[in-house]
Design a protein around this ligand. Structure first.
Ligand code: GLN
Length: 477
């Protein structure tokens, strides 16, 4: 298969060695060949992609400057607003809605020369860990189509793993970039909260949501992060600071770095996953890092706190989908009946479950007992991390306790599904950065992801460790 490395494509296109059109056509051909089996996309924007690619080729020919992602095919999670192009969040309630504007990340990618090839499938409103909660049917894991790709950004992970796009974007509220990256054997990054603008991301839980990239290699993930990061006045939580060079961090090595091993990590990871984590520590030590034991005592409460805070915010954010302004409207005798009928028909079971959980947790008499308590746990978790980061630069843990599982395995048991995110959720609660790097295989020969966690704005340290892990993983196989 022709290269799908974003660095290689952009360099080749800018130098006039390959045409953006050829690159895009190659990726569209792969989509034609396998998309029926995988279902990574809700929408493939082939015509628009070809037109954009032709424009880039014309710019190159005319000697006009092209961006750092010139001609790089990218897929966008279908909860990112695209001007005039369906944005469904894989929900019936938004079917047919065309946003009147582009998300900030989308404008930045286009300006950098990336070519959007389509909108990818997700768990409805990004609620889930397997992409089985999509109203439009599940996405299948390209490595084994009898298994899930993880979620909620399963379509974006699968698109990169199948070579449908060079890179893609997802959103991560509790692990939705890192966990599917791990399950599909690709790199996934959740940047520090506030590093990437959320303007134009359909909100799930606004205090936790971050946008980030999927890529086949760590350097490409760093490049896309650089392009989409940076202050945006349209997002009040955007950090007004310049973005450091992340691509150059990838090859800096880990000599002299201190890497934390969590001695009280919540259990539950498959033995093969634990074995790969041990191998990752050994590889980093061999590369010159020092492994330091740390404790994170509040981590075992993270899942519980998350499943109060995220649904609470979701119940408020999703109140806007009422049949008045967006998408679906089910007519009824009066306005209240119309709201009820629209929401009953438009939302799937998991979304309804979250709205009910969140509304209950926020209701008078329970607010302090549930939501207030969860916020206190959130503070304790951030305190634990900050204490650990006094003695280490990054922390290593598994991304997912399990490798990709078969369809239906956890669909009837929400708790077992929620447990998939036990190692990813704490980072979102703390607002910190983390990434998943493929590192060897586990049960059934399926990929394992190792997670590199870093403090807020610790992306340089994170990418240094990510780069070293990638090298070690390459020499392991
Ligand atoms: N699986 C988690 C949830 O269902 C995380 C989802 C996400 O990060 N968007 O909430």
């Amino acid at each position: 298969m022709a290269t799908t490395s974003a660095h290689d494509i952009a360099a080749g296109v800018a130098a006039g060695k390959i045409s953006a059109r050829t690159v895009v056509d190659e990726h569209l051909a792969r989509i034609d060949a396998r998309e029926n089996d995988i279902h990574a996309f809700n929408l493939v924007t082939a015509d628009a992609a070809r037109t954009h690619a032709d424009q880039i080729d014309a710019d190159v020919k005319a000697g006009r400057p092209v961006g750092p992602l010139a001609g790089v095919p990218i897929a966008l999670k279908d909860n990112l607003c695209t001007h005039g192009v369906d944005t469904t969040c894989s929900s019936r309630i938004l079917q047919g809605w065309k946003p009147p504007y582009d998300a900030t990340v989308v404008s930045r990618l286009r300006a950098a020369g990336a070519v959007v090839v389509g909108k990818t499938n997700l768990d409805e409103f990004a609620m889930g860990s397997s992409t089985e909660n999509s109203a439009f049917g599940p996405t299948r894991n390209p490595l084994d189509i009898s298994r899930v790709p993880g979620g909620s950004s399963g379509g974006s992970a699968a698109a990169v793993a199948a070579g449908f796009s060079s890179v893609s974007l997802g959103s991560d509220t509790g692990g939705s970039i890192r966990q599917p990256a791990a399950m599909c054997g690709v790199v996934g990054v959740k940047p520090t909260y506030g590093m990437v603008s959320r303007y134009g991301l359909v909100a799930y839980a606004s205090s936790l949501d971050q946008i980030g990239p999927f890529a086949t290699n760590v350097a490409d993930a760093a490049l896309v992060t650089e392009v989409i990061a940076g202050h945006d006045p349209m997002d009040s939580t955007s950090i007004p600071q310049p973005v450091p060079s992340l691509v150059s961090a990838v090859t800096q090595g880990v000599a002299g770095m201190r890497i934390g091993r969590v001695t009280d990590l919540p259990s539950g990871a498959e033995p093969e996953v634990v074995a790969q984590l041990d191998a990752a520590f050994a590889a980093l030590a061999a590369a010159g890092a020092t492994i330091v034991d740390v404790t994170l005592p509040s981590l075992s409460y993270a899942l519980t706190a998350y499943y109060i805070i995220a649904p609470a915010e979701a119940s408020s954010n999703l109140a806007r989908f009422d049949g008045v302004r967006y998408g679906l409207r089910v007519p009824a005798v009066d306005t209240n009946a119309m709201y009820g009928a629209t929401r009953a028909a438009g939302f799937g079971d998991e979304v309804k479950r979250r709205i009910m959980l969140g509304t209950y947790a926020l209701s008078a008499g329970y607010y302090d007992a549930y939501y207030g308590k969860a916020l206190k746990v959130r503070r304790l978790i951030a305190n634990d991390f900050n204490k650990a980061y006094e003695s280490v630069d990054t922390i290593l843990m598994p991304t997912s306790p399990v490798v990709a599982f078969p369809f239906g395995d956890k669909a009837d048991d929400p708790m077992s599904m929620y447990l998939c995110d036990i190692y990813t959720i704490p980072t979102n609660l703390a607002g910190h950065a983390a990434m998943s790097v493929p590192f060897g295989t586990g049960a059934h020969g399926l990929p394992v992801g190792i997670q590199v966690l870093a403090p807020a704005l610790g992306e340089v340290a994170m990418f240094r460790v990510g780069g070293a892990l990638e090298i070690a993983a390459g020499s392991q196989s």
